[in-house]
Ligand binder design. Structure first.
Ligand SMILES: O=C(O)CCC(=O)C(=O)O
Length: 307
């Protein structure tokens, strides 16, 4: 049963079906927070852990303030409203702003220290570490900023596969602000997703007349997305989209096999969040995301394979 009233929700201008057959609420895992084996089992079963209130809300709000201050100073916010409201200036459009996390101690305090690292040490059962690269989303209002359905493995498969994403809203995210959704059961959908999980968006085919033609996912207009349309992706893969209204301090953790996407931001405010990656320190790291200036998906990341 849904505990929250679901307003009309949209993905890139198309209304999502929110009746119980298509849409549901994330399962709160705070009941097993102190039981690491149970957390690992739930991750294995569900592909995600929703942990409302895991983080210190005040610290998250400080991180929010630091990001909003940068946007304010850059002229991206409407200064007729208080800074912390994060009201977007009309006509300003962007969605992905990792630069806002660079050299940002308030953001780092939330995502790479304190409760977050305590949690991953506990969950993984041994010292944990994180990628150096920080993905920061600043989703401006509109229908073009919802994240396309994808699984993270296509971007970060060159180290351990026991790699986890923490999606951390930097502020309260009611449904209308377009938070994250995960596709129920998707981490087990080998038949529907197995081929997709094998994709490495930075790999290209060396053989063939025009090798770029042979890149099935990267070069067909979808980057690493499974599909451009979250509604179609659900129909293809099955399961329900699961989401929640989030508050500053909440974290949603999921595996690199779990399909996720986000919804349209229907408000006049910017939606802020980070997504960051954690694993056992003893396991191999995907070097694309490490160091002071990670190579990310740059030229040095490309590897040729015979297809
Ligand atoms: O915040 C979003 O819209 C997308 C986040 C995401 O893709 C991720 O957490 O891997």
């Amino acid at each position: 049963m849904l505990t929250q009233t679901i307003p009309p929700l949209y993905y890139r201008g198309k209304q999502l079906k929110t009746s119980p057959a298509y849409f549901g609420e994330l399962h709160d895992s705070n009941d097993i927070l102190n039981d690491a084996p149970a957390l690992r089992q739930r991750m294995a079963d569900d592909g995600y852990l929703y942990l409302p209130g895991l983080l210190d809300r005040d610290k998250v709000l400080e991180a929010r303030r630091s990001v909003l201050q940068r946007l304010w100073d850059q002229g991206s916010l409407d200064t007729n409203y208080p800074l912390m409201d994060g009201v977007a200036k009309a006509g300003v459009e962007f969605s992905y702003r990792p630069d806002l996390a660079a050299k940002n101690p308030e953001v780092e305090a939330v995502i790479y220290h304190g409760e977050m690292m305590h949690f991953f040490n506990h969950f993984l059962g041994a010292p944990a570490t994180h990628f150096d690269y920080t993905w920061l989303r600043a989703k401006m209002p509109g229908v073009n900023t919802a994240t396309q359905p994808h699984c993270d493995i296509v971007y970060m498969s060159r180290g351990t596969k026991q790699l986890y994403t923490a999606w951390t809203p930097l502020g309260d995210v009611p449904y209308e602000l377009g938070g994250l959704m995960v596709l129920e059961g998707s981490s087990h959908k080998t038949e529907q997703l197995g081929q997709y999980w094998d994709v490495d968006v930075d790999a290209y085919c060396e053989n063939g007349k025009d090798s770029k033609e042979h890149l099935p996912w990267t070069w067909h207009g979808m980057g690493g997305a499974f599909d451009n349309d979250a509604i179609k992706a659900r129909e293809q893969v099955g399961g329900r989209w699961l989401s929640h209204e989030y508050q500053a301090g909440d974290v949603l953790i999921f595996s690199i096999y779990t399909m996720h996407a986000s919804m349209d931001n229907q408000t006049n405010r910017v939606r802020l969040s980070t997504d960051t990656r954690y694993q056992l320190a003893s396991e191999p790291l995907d070097q694309r995301w490490m160091g002071e200036n990670p190579i990310a998906h740059g030229a040095e990341a490309k590897v040729g394979t015979i297809c």
